[in-house]
Design a protein around this ligand. Structure first.
Ligand code: SF4
Length: 317
Protein backbone atom coordinates (compact mmCIF):
# COMPACT_ATOMS: atom_id res chain seq x y z
CA UNK A 1 0.00 0.00 0.00
CA UNK A 2 1.23 3.50 -0.74
CA UNK A 3 0.97 6.45 1.61
CA UNK A 4 -1.58 9.00 0.41
CA UNK A 5 -1.67 11.39 3.38
CA UNK A 6 0.72 12.10 6.19
CA UNK A 7 0.17 14.50 9.06
CA UNK A 8 3.48 15.24 10.78
CA UNK A 9 3.97 16.83 14.20
CA UNK A 10 0.93 19.06 13.98
CA UNK A 11 0.71 21.71 16.69
CA UNK A 12 -2.23 24.05 16.67
CA UNK A 13 -4.32 26.12 19.01
CA UNK A 14 -6.76 28.97 19.31
CA UNK A 15 -6.30 32.66 19.99
CA UNK A 16 -8.73 33.26 22.86
CA UNK A 17 -9.46 36.45 24.80
CA UNK A 18 -6.77 35.50 27.34
CA UNK A 19 -4.17 34.56 24.72
CA UNK A 20 -3.11 31.54 22.67
CA UNK A 21 -4.21 28.15 23.95
CA UNK A 22 -2.77 25.01 22.44
CA UNK A 23 -5.34 22.38 21.44
CA UNK A 24 -3.35 19.86 19.37
CA UNK A 25 0.07 18.60 20.44
CA UNK A 26 2.52 16.98 18.03
CA UNK A 27 -0.13 14.93 16.29
CA UNK A 28 1.16 12.61 13.56
CA UNK A 29 -0.70 9.98 11.56
CA UNK A 30 -0.67 8.56 8.08
CA UNK A 31 -3.15 7.07 5.68
CA UNK A 32 -2.43 4.45 3.04
CA UNK A 33 -4.38 4.06 -0.19
CA UNK A 34 -7.56 2.04 0.41
CA UNK A 35 -7.16 2.11 4.18
CA UNK A 36 -9.49 3.24 6.96
CA UNK A 37 -7.90 5.11 9.84
CA UNK A 38 -10.22 5.68 12.79
CA UNK A 39 -9.59 8.57 15.15
CA UNK A 40 -11.34 7.93 18.45
CA UNK A 41 -11.80 9.62 21.79
CA UNK A 42 -14.37 11.52 23.81
CA UNK A 43 -15.80 14.84 22.63
CA UNK A 44 -13.28 17.64 22.88
CA UNK A 45 -10.22 15.39 22.52
CA UNK A 46 -9.14 17.02 19.26
CA UNK A 47 -10.35 14.46 16.70
CA UNK A 48 -12.28 16.89 14.52
CA UNK A 49 -9.85 19.81 14.84
CA UNK A 50 -6.91 17.63 13.75
CA UNK A 51 -8.71 16.40 10.66
CA UNK A 52 -10.31 19.72 9.73
CA UNK A 53 -6.79 21.14 9.58
CA UNK A 54 -6.20 18.74 6.64
CA UNK A 55 -8.96 20.59 4.75
CA UNK A 56 -8.03 23.99 6.23
CA UNK A 57 -11.58 24.25 7.54
CA UNK A 58 -10.69 25.75 10.89
CA UNK A 59 -12.34 28.70 12.66
CA UNK A 60 -10.63 32.10 12.23
CA UNK A 61 -9.26 31.95 15.80
CA UNK A 62 -7.28 28.78 15.01
CA UNK A 63 -3.58 29.01 14.39
CA UNK A 64 -1.32 26.21 13.19
CA UNK A 65 2.02 26.71 14.93
CA UNK A 66 3.99 23.94 13.23
CA UNK A 67 3.72 20.69 11.37
CA UNK A 68 3.19 19.36 7.87
CA UNK A 69 0.24 17.81 6.08
CA UNK A 70 1.64 15.94 3.11
CA UNK A 71 -0.79 14.94 0.38
CA UNK A 72 0.63 13.56 -2.86
CA UNK A 73 4.10 14.83 -1.87
CA UNK A 74 2.88 18.41 -1.29
CA UNK A 75 2.46 20.19 2.02
CA UNK A 76 -1.18 21.33 2.15
CA UNK A 77 -0.26 23.86 4.84
CA UNK A 78 1.57 25.87 2.19
CA UNK A 79 -1.55 25.98 -0.04
CA UNK A 80 -3.65 29.14 -0.27
CA UNK A 81 -7.46 29.06 -0.24
CA UNK A 82 -7.66 28.97 -4.05
CA UNK A 83 -5.35 25.95 -4.19
CA UNK A 84 -7.31 24.30 -1.38
CA UNK A 85 -10.50 24.62 -3.46
CA UNK A 86 -8.91 22.17 -5.89
CA UNK A 87 -8.43 19.71 -3.02
CA UNK A 88 -11.62 20.08 -0.97
CA UNK A 89 -14.49 18.02 -2.32
CA UNK A 90 -12.48 17.05 -5.39
CA UNK A 91 -9.60 15.08 -3.84
CA UNK A 92 -10.52 15.03 -0.15
CA UNK A 93 -14.24 14.95 0.61
CA UNK A 94 -15.96 15.53 3.92
CA UNK A 95 -18.95 13.59 5.20
CA UNK A 96 -20.24 15.63 8.13
CA UNK A 97 -22.29 14.43 11.08
CA UNK A 98 -25.28 16.40 9.83
CA UNK A 99 -25.64 16.06 6.05
CA UNK A 100 -27.81 19.20 5.93
CA UNK A 101 -24.66 21.25 6.56
CA UNK A 102 -23.55 20.13 3.07
CA UNK A 103 -26.91 20.01 1.26
CA UNK A 104 -28.83 23.14 0.29
CA UNK A 105 -32.55 22.73 1.13
CA UNK A 106 -33.51 25.06 -1.74
CA UNK A 107 -32.05 22.94 -4.56
CA UNK A 108 -32.83 19.43 -5.74
CA UNK A 109 -30.43 16.57 -5.11
CA UNK A 110 -29.83 16.49 -8.88
CA UNK A 111 -28.95 20.21 -9.09
CA UNK A 112 -26.48 19.86 -6.26
CA UNK A 113 -24.84 16.73 -7.65
CA UNK A 114 -24.58 18.23 -11.15
CA UNK A 115 -23.07 21.41 -9.70
CA UNK A 116 -20.21 19.58 -7.97
CA UNK A 117 -19.63 17.36 -11.02
CA UNK A 118 -19.39 20.43 -13.25
CA UNK A 119 -17.13 22.23 -10.77
CA UNK A 120 -14.76 19.36 -10.02
CA UNK A 121 -14.95 17.18 -13.15
CA UNK A 122 -15.63 19.87 -15.76
CA UNK A 123 -18.52 17.79 -17.16
CA UNK A 124 -21.83 19.22 -18.40
CA UNK A 125 -25.19 18.11 -19.81
CA UNK A 126 -25.88 14.44 -20.44
CA UNK A 127 -22.34 13.41 -19.50
CA UNK A 128 -22.65 15.00 -16.04
CA UNK A 129 -26.16 13.59 -15.64
CA UNK A 130 -24.91 10.05 -16.28
CA UNK A 131 -22.07 10.44 -13.76
CA UNK A 132 -24.61 11.67 -11.18
CA UNK A 133 -26.98 8.73 -11.77
CA UNK A 134 -24.12 6.24 -11.56
CA UNK A 135 -22.92 7.78 -8.29
CA UNK A 136 -26.41 7.58 -6.76
CA UNK A 137 -26.71 3.95 -7.88
CA UNK A 138 -23.33 3.12 -6.35
CA UNK A 139 -24.60 4.24 -2.96
CA UNK A 140 -27.75 2.16 -3.52
CA UNK A 141 -30.28 4.94 -3.91
CA UNK A 142 -33.28 3.33 -5.63
CA UNK A 143 -34.88 5.04 -8.68
CA UNK A 144 -31.84 7.27 -9.01
CA UNK A 145 -33.27 9.14 -12.03
CA UNK A 146 -36.45 10.05 -10.15
CA UNK A 147 -34.55 10.92 -6.96
CA UNK A 148 -32.52 13.52 -8.88
CA UNK A 149 -35.70 15.66 -8.84
CA UNK A 150 -36.22 15.37 -5.06
CA UNK A 151 -35.34 18.01 -2.47
CA UNK A 152 -33.21 17.12 0.59
CA UNK A 153 -36.23 17.35 2.95
CA UNK A 154 -37.81 14.46 1.03
CA UNK A 155 -34.89 12.21 2.03
CA UNK A 156 -34.30 10.48 5.37
CA UNK A 157 -31.06 11.14 7.29
CA UNK A 158 -29.49 7.93 5.93
CA UNK A 159 -30.45 8.78 2.34
CA UNK A 160 -28.97 12.28 2.71
CA UNK A 161 -25.69 10.73 3.93
CA UNK A 162 -25.74 8.48 0.84
CA UNK A 163 -26.09 11.58 -1.37
CA UNK A 164 -23.03 13.13 0.30
CA UNK A 165 -21.07 9.91 -0.31
CA UNK A 166 -22.33 9.93 -3.93
CA UNK A 167 -20.94 13.47 -4.34
CA UNK A 168 -17.52 12.24 -3.18
CA UNK A 169 -17.69 9.32 -5.63
CA UNK A 170 -18.84 11.52 -8.51
CA UNK A 171 -15.83 13.79 -7.94
CA UNK A 172 -13.48 10.79 -7.72
CA UNK A 173 -12.29 11.84 -4.28
CA UNK A 174 -9.25 9.88 -3.10
CA UNK A 175 -9.84 10.47 0.60
CA UNK A 176 -13.09 10.72 2.54
CA UNK A 177 -13.09 12.30 5.98
CA UNK A 178 -16.18 10.92 7.72
CA UNK A 179 -16.83 12.97 10.86
CA UNK A 180 -19.21 10.98 13.09
CA UNK A 181 -21.15 10.08 9.90
CA UNK A 182 -23.69 7.86 11.62
CA UNK A 183 -24.23 9.57 14.99
CA UNK A 184 -27.60 11.05 13.99
CA UNK A 185 -28.87 7.78 12.47
CA UNK A 186 -30.60 4.76 13.96
CA UNK A 187 -28.61 1.54 14.34
CA UNK A 188 -29.86 -0.24 11.18
CA UNK A 189 -29.19 2.80 8.99
CA UNK A 190 -25.79 3.26 10.69
CA UNK A 191 -24.83 -0.25 9.57
CA UNK A 192 -25.99 0.44 6.00
CA UNK A 193 -23.92 3.63 5.75
CA UNK A 194 -20.85 1.90 7.18
CA UNK A 195 -21.35 -0.98 4.68
CA UNK A 196 -21.45 1.52 1.81
CA UNK A 197 -18.26 3.20 3.02
CA UNK A 198 -16.57 -0.21 3.32
CA UNK A 199 -17.71 -1.21 -0.16
CA UNK A 200 -16.46 1.97 -1.87
CA UNK A 201 -13.15 1.65 -0.02
CA UNK A 202 -12.69 -1.90 -1.28
CA UNK A 203 -14.04 -1.32 -4.82
CA UNK A 204 -12.47 2.04 -5.61
CA UNK A 205 -9.46 2.11 -3.28
CA UNK A 206 -10.72 5.23 -1.50
CA UNK A 207 -8.98 5.97 1.81
CA UNK A 208 -11.14 6.91 4.77
CA UNK A 209 -10.49 8.85 7.96
CA UNK A 210 -13.29 7.90 10.31
CA UNK A 211 -13.84 10.17 13.30
CA UNK A 212 -15.96 8.55 15.94
CA UNK A 213 -16.43 7.86 19.62
CA UNK A 214 -18.09 4.51 18.83
CA UNK A 215 -15.57 1.71 19.27
CA UNK A 216 -18.07 -0.85 17.97
CA UNK A 217 -18.00 0.87 14.55
CA UNK A 218 -14.22 1.14 14.77
CA UNK A 219 -13.79 -2.58 15.49
CA UNK A 220 -15.72 -3.50 12.36
CA UNK A 221 -14.40 -0.90 9.96
CA UNK A 222 -10.95 0.45 10.80
CA UNK A 223 -7.59 -0.90 9.66
CA UNK A 224 -5.74 1.21 12.17
CA UNK A 225 -6.69 3.46 15.04
CA UNK A 226 -5.42 6.63 16.67
CA UNK A 227 -6.80 7.15 20.18
CA UNK A 228 -6.78 10.83 21.11
CA UNK A 229 -6.93 12.43 24.53
CA UNK A 230 -6.53 16.12 25.37
CA UNK A 231 -5.26 16.94 21.88
CA UNK A 232 -2.63 14.19 21.85
CA UNK A 233 -2.47 10.77 20.26
CA UNK A 234 -2.08 8.44 23.24
CA UNK A 235 -2.23 5.12 21.38
CA UNK A 236 -1.71 4.35 17.68
CA UNK A 237 -2.22 0.81 16.64
CA UNK A 238 -3.56 -1.74 14.15
CA UNK A 239 -7.14 -2.91 14.66
CA UNK A 240 -6.37 -6.42 15.97
CA UNK A 241 -3.60 -5.20 18.23
CA UNK A 242 -5.76 -2.48 19.76
CA UNK A 243 -8.76 -4.67 20.49
CA UNK A 244 -6.79 -7.79 21.51
CA UNK A 245 -4.15 -6.00 23.50
CA UNK A 246 -5.05 -2.39 24.39
CA UNK A 247 -2.20 -0.72 26.22
CA UNK A 248 -3.00 2.84 27.25
CA UNK A 249 -5.23 3.11 30.36
CA UNK A 250 -7.48 5.53 28.44
CA UNK A 251 -7.96 3.02 25.59
CA UNK A 252 -8.78 0.33 28.14
CA UNK A 253 -11.27 2.66 29.84
CA UNK A 254 -12.96 3.41 26.48
CA UNK A 255 -13.18 -0.32 25.74
CA UNK A 256 -14.68 -1.02 29.16
CA UNK A 257 -17.45 1.45 28.36
CA UNK A 258 -18.62 -0.65 25.39
CA UNK A 259 -18.09 -3.93 27.20
CA UNK A 260 -20.35 -2.72 29.99
CA UNK A 261 -22.96 -1.57 27.49
CA UNK A 262 -23.06 -5.15 26.20
CA UNK A 263 -23.92 -6.38 29.67
CA UNK A 264 -26.47 -3.60 30.04
CA UNK A 265 -24.42 -1.88 32.72
CA UNK A 266 -23.34 1.45 31.34
CA UNK A 267 -20.20 2.60 33.09
CA UNK A 268 -18.60 5.84 32.04
CA UNK A 269 -15.03 6.97 32.58
CA UNK A 270 -15.04 9.02 35.76
CA UNK A 271 -14.31 12.73 35.36
CA UNK A 272 -14.01 14.79 32.17
CA UNK A 273 -11.29 15.42 29.61
CA UNK A 274 -9.45 18.70 30.31
CA UNK A 275 -10.44 21.76 28.31
CA UNK A 276 -7.86 23.78 26.38
CA UNK A 277 -8.00 26.50 29.03
CA UNK A 278 -6.90 24.10 31.80
CA UNK A 279 -3.25 24.13 32.76
CA UNK A 280 -2.13 20.53 32.55
CA UNK A 281 0.90 19.15 34.34
CA UNK A 282 2.28 15.70 33.64
CA UNK A 283 0.15 13.14 31.82
CA UNK A 284 -3.16 14.80 30.85
CA UNK A 285 -5.04 11.60 31.76
CA UNK A 286 -3.58 11.33 35.29
CA UNK A 287 -6.57 12.80 37.21
CA UNK A 288 -8.77 10.02 35.74
CA UNK A 289 -6.26 7.19 35.44
CA UNK A 290 -6.68 4.08 37.60
CA UNK A 291 -3.01 3.17 37.08
CA UNK A 292 -1.59 6.61 37.89
CA UNK A 293 1.93 6.63 39.42
CA UNK A 294 3.92 9.38 41.14
CA UNK A 295 5.76 10.39 37.97
CA UNK A 296 2.47 10.80 36.05
CA UNK A 297 1.53 14.12 37.66
CA UNK A 298 5.04 15.51 37.04
CA UNK A 299 6.14 14.45 33.60
CA UNK A 300 4.19 14.14 30.34
CA UNK A 301 4.82 10.80 28.62
CA UNK A 302 5.97 10.74 24.98
CA UNK A 303 4.55 8.51 22.27
CA UNK A 304 6.89 5.50 22.06
CA UNK A 305 6.92 2.01 20.56
CA UNK A 306 5.37 -0.65 22.74
CA UNK A 307 5.18 -3.93 20.83
CA UNK A 308 3.30 -3.26 17.60
CA UNK A 309 1.72 -0.04 18.90
CA UNK A 310 2.80 3.47 19.78
CA UNK A 311 1.76 4.44 23.31
CA UNK A 312 2.15 7.61 25.39
CA UNK A 313 2.19 6.27 28.94
CA UNK A 314 4.84 5.95 31.67
CA UNK A 315 3.80 2.32 32.19
CA UNK A 316 5.70 1.64 28.94
CA UNK A 317 8.80 3.73 29.63
FE1 SF4 B 1 -2.03 6.67 33.59
FE2 SF4 B 1 0.42 7.52 34.15
FE3 SF4 B 1 -0.02 6.21 31.91
FE4 SF4 B 1 -0.92 8.69 32.22
S1 SF4 B 1 1.21 8.05 32.15
S2 SF4 B 1 -2.02 6.99 31.37
S3 SF4 B 1 -1.48 8.69 34.35
S4 SF4 B 1 -0.22 5.41 33.96
Amino acid sequence: MSKILEVKNLNLGFNLSDGFRQAIYNVSFSLEKGETLAIVGESGCGKTVSTMSVLQLLPPSAEIKSGEIIYNNKNLLSFNQKQMQQIRGKKIALIPQDPMTSLNPLYTIGNQLLEVIELHQGLKGQEAFEVAIKALERVKIPDAKEKMKAYPHEFSGGMKQRVIIAMALACKAEIIIADEPTTALDVTVQAQIMDILKEIKEKYGISIILITHDLGIVAQNADKIAVMYAGRIVEYSGNKELFDNPKHPYTKALLNVILDINTDEVQTIEGHPPSITDNISGCPFHPRCKECMEICAQKAPCLKSAGDSLVACHLFD
